[in-house]
Each structure stands twice: as structure tokens, then as C-alpha cells.
Design a protein around this ligand. Sequence first.
Ligand SMILES: [Zn+2]
Ligand SMILES: [Zn+2]
Length: 404
Amino acid sequence: MSELRSALDDLAAVDLVGLSDDALLDLVGELSVAANRVAAVLTSAVRAVDRREAHRRDGALSVRGWLVGSVRLAPAEATAIVTTGRRLEQLPAVAAAFAAGEVTATHARVITEAITPRRVATAAAAGIDLAETDQILAELARRTTPGDTARGVARWVAGVDPDGALADAADVRRSFSMATGLDGRVHLRGELDPVGGEYLRTALAARMNGDRPAGDARGHAERQGDALVAIARDALDAGSLPAVRGERPHLRVTIDWQALCAARGAPGVAGGELGWAGPITPETARRLACDAAVARMITGPDGLPLDVGRAQRTATTAIRRAVEVRDGQCVFTGCDALPQWCDVHHLVHWAHGGPTSCDNGALLCERHHTAVHEGGFTIHRDPGTSRWHTHRPDGTEVLSRAGP
Ligand SMILES: [Zn+2]
Ligand SMILES: [Zn+2]
């Protein structure tokens, strides 16, 4: 073990910047094989612990529990290593390819997940030679990605165990969870059945591609994230979601009236608060309130409500249509996001007495609406025209790169 440690120390000390491209690519290739071999040895070692129940020495009830408690593996990871180790005993060819570093732990996992003891028994009863299957799958894993290997394995399963394949397809369990990090960003995690996933993909693809602006430079994951939020906004705006405690669901922003009315970046102003996400800056609260149905609630010094106003939509449909016709797209220089992606921004915020009128309105996509409220960019229109100018926080103008 000490030789392994010193070899790893040497590797960590390699000057990556000084390597040629060829040498760098060779290094990554070699390290990948080495990582596969280490993963294979780890799997065998865990299997050895499992077989002789060595975890009991530390008071753990299962090898999986010991891996989670003592090695801090994620529970799913611990389960996968234990199961892979047990089932590889039936698949010597796959195990040998793994041990030689020719296939990854993920390859070994997709194969062993499918080759369950029950299927092995079914295959044996049907006269299917498991040794031959083992050879075929090992060869498949050597040549293809884990995804392609999984598809090959699924074909084998459909052959020996049509009921099992049906059972997999009938597995409609779904899970989805969200966790808010310390910085307020929301992390998503979940799993859907194939048909449920198809619904989500279809809706996302429609929102992503339906009216994609020309020259859109966002990556796939970024566009998919934007589309997910847009679908949620659509559903809230359409009022098609069931009422909660007699009220149409909507975004809840709580902010002190004085803070809402304060000038941008004014010192000593308390921020607002979102229902789920928690604290936000006054600038973000002003952006969310800029083009939204707003319900007023005045609270006394003790925080108890004194007066609750009705929700009002700040831009009426008629005003919105007029602004859309005049501006045609996001008015931020260099952006051509279509009106359906845009908010109607108040040039002078209604909290500062700005009217909700065509004259005081401007189409801004969500990104540029954020750039204006939170980023300090400003926009203004030449009076009597539909020609817009964008200025940076330092006062310089953002010029169109596409000519006048
Ligand atoms: Zn705005
Ligand atoms: Zn824009």
C-alpha cells in the first residue's frame, strides 16, 4: 500500500502545464485504466468484507451500512458496489475485463444491475448458456459506452425475461426533490419512469425550440433550465393550477414598503423575502414586482396585517399589446428575444410613482430585466420613436455590433 501511495504522490506532482498535448492525452488514458483497476479491486475487497462479514468487527449490521458510516460513501454508491461485487461472481468474463481496467465501474454496474439471480435462474431453466452471455456482455462493454452497453443488456433481458422487462416498463415510481444551498441556489434531483420523462422532455423541447431567438449562444443545459422555469411561470400565469387555501398560486415576495420605494443601491435598506427561497435584495424584489400581479398588505409595527389590498395586474393586456407592437422584441441592445419571453418593465418603477402606461413601459427578456434591475444597466428611448439605447453602469453606451 505504501508503494501505491508513493506512486500516487509522484503522479500528483507531475507538472501538467509542462506536458505536450500527446503526453497529456496519454496520461489521461492511463489514469482512466488505472482508475478502473482500482475500482475493480475495491469491488472485490468489499465483496470479501461482505462474505466474511468483517464489518461486524466495527459494529455495523451490513457492509453497506459500514461503507456509508465508516468510508462516507453515498448510500446508493455503497449499494451499487456491494451488489456489483456479489453478482460479478456469476460473470467471470465481465469481472476479468473490469480487473484489467478495460471497462469502467459504470459498465460493470449496468450489467450486474440487469443480471439478477432470478434472471440467471430463468435463463438457466430456458437453456440459455450464462457463460456465453458473460463473454458477449464483456465484449460489448469493451467496445461501447455504458449507455450502449445498458441497451445491449436490456435486449438480453427482454429475451430471457419478457415479464421482467414488462415489470421494468411498468415501474412508474417517480421522485423529485429540491434542496436550497447556503447561497440560495436550488439544486434539483430526481428520477422518472420512461413515459413520465417523455412528457417532461416534450414540454421542455417545445419551450426551448418553439421561439428560440436567432444567435442564441446559451448551452443545452442552460436552455433546458430556462425552459423549466418558463414552464412553471406559464402555468402560474395561466391560472391553470389548483387554488391553495382559496387563492390562486403565485409568487410571494415580502418587502418593506420603504425598501421597495428606496433608490437603487440605497444604503441601509432591508431586502425582501421569497416564500421558499428566503432573503433577496431590494433590487430583485423590485424586478419581481415590476411586471406582476401585486397584492398590497400593510402591516403594523408588530408585523400584524392592518390592511390588505386586492391583487392588481400592473400592465393590463391592452398596454402590454401596445408595448409589444412598438418594441417588437427585447429592447436591450443586441438582444432579439421575442415578446412572449419578455416582461413589461416600468422605466420609472410604479413604486416610485411611475405610471403603468405604454410610454413608461419597455419589453425586456428575463435576463436583461435582471441586468437592468440588479446589474445597474439603464435603457431609454428617443422620445416619439421606437429607438432604444442601452447604457452600462459606468454610463457608456452599449453599441449594436450589427451596424446602425
Ligand atoms: Zn422592471
Ligand atoms: Zn434581452
